[in-house]
Design a binder for this molecule. Structure first.
Ligand code: PLP
Length: 392
C-alpha cells in the first residue's frame, strides 16, 4: 500500500503551526463592518511618485534579473542613506538587497545555523522567527520579557539561557508586538554579552524610523559588534511599501557573503521593479514618511489613552512601531477566546498575545493601522465589549 503523501511532509515544517495572524484575518472575512487592527502593515499607500518612477523604469527595461546582491544604483543609494541616517560607513560588499526583511532573516539564519544550533529570541516576538529558525534546522531558545518590565529584555536572563550550542541572538527594537524600544544601557549590556560569549546578533530594525522619542539606537554601534551583527531592515514599514517586497541587510562581509550565497540559490535576486521603487523612495523628499511616522505616534497615544481608562486593562505607552500591546489578564487569561468573541460581538480584529510566544498570553496586539476616527470607533467597541461581557 502506498504511504499517504501527508506522511512525507518534513517534520520541521509540520511542527510549525499556521500563522495565527493570517487565520484571524480569514475568520474576519465572514463578518461585515469589521475594523481590523490585526495585520501589521501601514494603511498608507506607496506615494504615487514612487509607483510612477518604478513603472517608468520598467518601461525603460528594468525588468530583468538584477545582480543577486541587488541593483547597483540601489546599493549605492542605500550606502549613502545609511551613512547619513546612522553615521555607519559600509563597503558595497557589506550590504545586500533582499526579498523584504523576511528574505534577509531567512537567508541570515540559514547561513549561520547548523542542526540543533540554538538562537536566543526574546518573547513575545515576531512569529516568523520561530518558523525560520526551525526551517533552518536550528532551535529557538526563549528568553521571556514581562509586562511588569515594559517588555524590556533582562540581560541576566540572557546569560542564564546561553549554552554551548547558542550561536546567535535576535533582537527586535522597536518591537513587534510590544511597541517597546530597548534602552541604550540594555543594548550596552547585551552587546557585552554577545562579545564575551561569541554570539552573532541579528538586529531586526525594520521599525527604526518609527521611534516616538529621540532616534533609533542600534547594538551594531557598540564596541566589537560590527564584526558580529547582521542588521535587518526593510522598505515595508518606513516607506509604506509592504507589497513591493524589498528589504536589505548589512554586516561583516564574511557573513554577508554567505547570506548572499543562500539568497542567490533561494531567489536569484529581489524583484527588479521593486528595487527601482525602493531607489525612488530613497531619492524623493522624505517629509511624507516623517508625517506618516508622526501619525503612527499620535494613533498609538490615542489608543493608549483610551485603553488605560477601561477597567481591567493595563497598558504601557508604546515607544515605537505602530503596535500597542495591552494586558487583559485581569479580565481573562484566555486571550484567544477574547479575540474571537470581540470579533463575533463587535467586529473588531485584534491578535491574541499567545501568537507571539508564551509571555504574550493575557495580552492582545492592536495595530494602529487605521485612521484615528476608525481607531476611536474600534476603542468604543472594545470598551463596550469589556463592559458587557467582562465586568462583574
Ligand atoms: N521583522 C519584523 C519585526 C516585522 O514585524 C516584519 C513584518 O511584519 C518583518 C521583519 C518583515 O517585513 P518585510 O518582509 O515586509 O520587510
Amino acid at each position: 500500500m502506498k504511504t499517504p503523501v501527508k506522511n512525507k511532509i518534513s517534520q520541521s515544517v509540520k511542527e510549525v503551526p499556521p500563522a495565527l495572524i493570517r487565520e484571524m484575518s480569514l475568520k474576519a472575512a465572514a463578518y461585515s463592518n469589521v475594523i481590523s487592527l490585526g495585520i501589521g502593515e501601514p494603511d498608507f499607500d506607496t506615494p504615487e511618485a514612487v509607483i510612477r518612477a518604478s513603472m517608468e523604469d520598467a518601461l525603460r527595461g528594468h525588468t530583468h534579473y538584477t545582480p543577486s546582491r541587488g541593483d547597483e544604483e540601489l546599493i549605492d543609494a542605500l550606502i549613502a542613506y545609511i551613512k547619513v541616517e546612522k553615521d555607519i560607513e559600509l563597503e558595497p560588499n557589506q550590504l545586500m538587497v533582499t526579498h523584504g526583511g523576511m528574505g534577509a532573516l531567512i537567508a541570515a539564519l540559514r547561513a549561520i545555523l547548523d542542526p540543533e544550533d540554538e538562537v536566543i529570541v526574546f518573547e513575545p516576538h515576531f512569529p516568523s522567527y520561530k518558523a525560520q529558525i526551525t526551517f533552518s534546522g536550528g532551535r529557538i531558545c526563549y528568553v521571556s520579557t514581562r509586562f511588569e518590565d515594559g517588555f524590556i529584555p533582562d540581560p541576566r536572563r540572557v546569560e542564564k539561557a546561553i549554552t554551548p550550542r547558542t550561536k546567535a541572538m535576535i533582537l527586535n527594537s522597536p518591537n513587534n508586538p510590544t511597541g517597546a524600544t530597548v534602552p541604550s544601557g540594555v543594548l550596552d549590556e547585551l552587546a557585552s554579552i554577545a562579545v564575551e560569549r561569541d554570539l552573532i546578533v541579528i538586529s531586526d530594525e525594520v521599525y527604526d524610523k518609527l521611534v516616538f522619542k529621540g532616534s533609533h539606537d542600534s547594538l551594531y554601534k557598540r564596541p566589537g559588534m560590527e564584526q558580529r551583527t547582521i542588521v535587518i531592515n526593510s522598505f515595508s514599514k518606513t516607506f509604506a511599501m509592504t507589497g513591493w517586497r524589498i528589504g536589505y541587510c548589512y554586516g561583516p562581509n564574511v557573513l554577508i557573503d554567505q547570506v548572499l550565497k543562500v539568497a542567490t540559490y533561494f531567489t536569484s535576486c529581489p524583484s527588479s521593479i521593486g528595487q527601482r521603487a525602493a531607489l525612488a523612495a530613497l531619492k524623493m523628499d522624505r517629509e511624507i514618511f516623517v508625517d506618516m511616522a508622526n501619525e503612527f505616534k499620535e494613533r498609538c497615544g490615542l489608543v493608549y489613552d483610551r485603553l488605560k481608562a477601561i477597567p481591567g486593562i493595563r497598558v504601557h505607552p508604546s515607544s515605537g512601531s505602530f503596535y500597542v500591546f495591552p494586558s487583559v489578564d485581569s479580565l481573562t487569561r484566555d486571550t484567544m477566546n477574547f479575540a474571537l468573541e470581540l470579533l463575533d460581538k463587535e467586529q473588531v480584529v485584534v491578535i491574541p498575545g499567545e501568537a507571539f510566544g508564551p509571555s504574550g498570553k493575557g495580552c492582545i496586539r492592536i495595530s494602529c493601522t487605521v485612521g484615528s476616527n476608525l481607531l476611536l470607533e474600534a476603542m468604543n467597541r472594545l470598551e463596550r465589549f469589556v463592559r458587557n461581557y467582562y465586568s462583574s
